[in-house]
Design a protein around this ligand. Structure first.
Ligand code: NIG
Ligand code: FE
Length: 403
């Protein structure tokens, strides 16, 4: 057994464990002059320093704020090639959807990714995931979705598996059914349901299946078929919806108990009401708003309506080259209207819920000892700072992964 008492904590800040919805997202516990007891990678006790039991091994953090490790519930961190030409075209006025419709955008990343081997994909994704970890992420979801064919989809998931074996943070792979083949799309959806989803479930390559439900991607009916196949094979489901159009994907996801619906930039009253009435997490992605110049997802209205809101980077080459989960939280405050406290809850316990995880996100006994020591004695630097990192140390299972 290894046991460490962390001291020198000016503020120990945490949401309660488990998902938080509505304005309850603001209810953080702030313990001044605190201590945190970690036993075998799990929090054994947290509270005021003066109440801590004596322990042989004490680690004095030196007088700064501690918050839970951040959870990034939405990334596409594995890709090859780049989208720099798209970026220039978009800045000059060509819409994202138009680039995709003419065979560029996501489809160009698919061509480059399908041509890469697993070791090449691992080498490309490693520094991206390392950057996310430095920015405070202790758990990161990683999607496939740039495989032109099923072999390439599986290679992407194998790359995530190889990265999990070497990186200290937790990676959660998701199979993303991203855009259909341009010809024979009915047959493609059938093959996804009858071949790819069963294979991924059988080989344990992903825990969830995500679909891009949008005019340039999959319809609501196609999404329903893919969801049914996923659930028949014991996989949870998630959805990219309402990025450009409200097609009904959000309502479908809430109806079938999806883990989360992500994007929501175009969501209106009906979608907000559906999310607020469900256990499905509403994940906002402010990096997309910034990079594509899209309207912001209605984070404030979702919280006020009572939804469980999470925030993610959506790290990907086309719509969100955002390599910092801390910055995603800071942007959610400016772009989506969350308060700093709501942003912390969105990036911890609610993001965990969006991944179906219950064992992390809060600094209470029994949770994983994933936590961040800031540079500052005041935790609010976390959602305040833009452009430099307010985070000094990242602890995963009680171990500092920056050293
Ligand atoms: O979450 N919108 C769809 N999928 C990704 C973008 C992928 C890309 O542009 O390469 C997203 O925004
Ligand atoms: Fe995405």
């Amino acid at each position: 057994m290894t046991e460490t008492l962390f001291t020198g904590i000016t503020q120990l800040v945490t949401p309660p464990p488990g998902p938080q919805r509505g304005v309850a997202m603001r209810n953080l516990t702030v313990v001044e002059d605190a201590a945190l007891l970690v036993r075998d990678g799990v929090i054994a006790w947290a509270g005021p320093r003066r109440e801590a039991a004596a322990t042989a091994h004490v680690h004095d953090l030196g007088g700064l704020a501690v918050v839970p490790g951040l959870i990034d519930p939405h990334t596409h961190a594995v890709w090859a090639g780049n989208r720099l030409a798209d970026f220039e075209a978009r800045v000059e006025g060509v819409p994202y959807e138009a680039i995709l419709a003419r065979g560029g955008g996501i489809r160009s990343t698919m061509r480059a990714t399908a041509a890469a081997s697993v070791p090449e994909l691992v080498a490309l994704a490693r520094p991206r995931l390392t950057a996310l970890a430095r920015s405070g992420a202790t758990t990161v979801e990683v999607k496939s979705g740039y495989g032109l064919d099923f072999g390439a989809e599986v290679r992407m998931l194998e790359a995530v598996c190889a990265l999990q074996a070497e990186l200290p943070l937790t990676l959660r792979p998701t199979l993303l059914i991203h855009v259909p083949r341009t010809e024979g799309r009915g047959a493609y959806v059938r093959a996804v349901c009858e071949e790819l989803v069963p294979q991924v479930a059988r080989e344990g390559l992903a825990g969830a299946v995500d679909v891009f439900c949008e005019r340039e991607a999959f319809t609501v009916e196609e999404t329903r078929l893919i969801f049914a196949a996923a659930r028949a094979h014991g996989l949870r489901v998630k959805l990219h919806a309402d990025q450009f159009q409200t097609l009904g994907g959000t309502e479908l996801a809430c109806e079938v108990g999806a883990l989360s619906v992500d994007h929501l930039e175009a969501s209106g009253e009906a979608q907000i009401a559906a999310l607020a009435a469900s256990d499905t997490v509403a994940t906002v992605l402010p990096g997309v708003t910034l990079h594509l110049g899209l309207p912001a997802a209605p984070g404030r209205r979702l919280v006020d309506a009572g939804a469980c809101v999470a925030v993610g980077t959506d790290l990907n080459p086309g719509s969100s080259p955002l390599f910092s989960v801390q910055l995603a939280l800071a942007l959610a405050v400016r772009v989506n209207g969350l308060t700093p406290a709501e942003a912390l809850t969105a990036g911890t316990v609610n993001a965990a819920h969006a991944l179906g995880l219950r064992d992390r996100g809060a600094l209470v006994a029994g949770q994983r000892a994933d936590f961040l020591a800031l540079h500052s004695p005041d935790w609010r630097e976390l959602a305040y700072t833009l452009g430099t990192s307010p985070i000094r140390d990242v602890f995963v299972g009680g171990r500092n992964i920056q050293n």
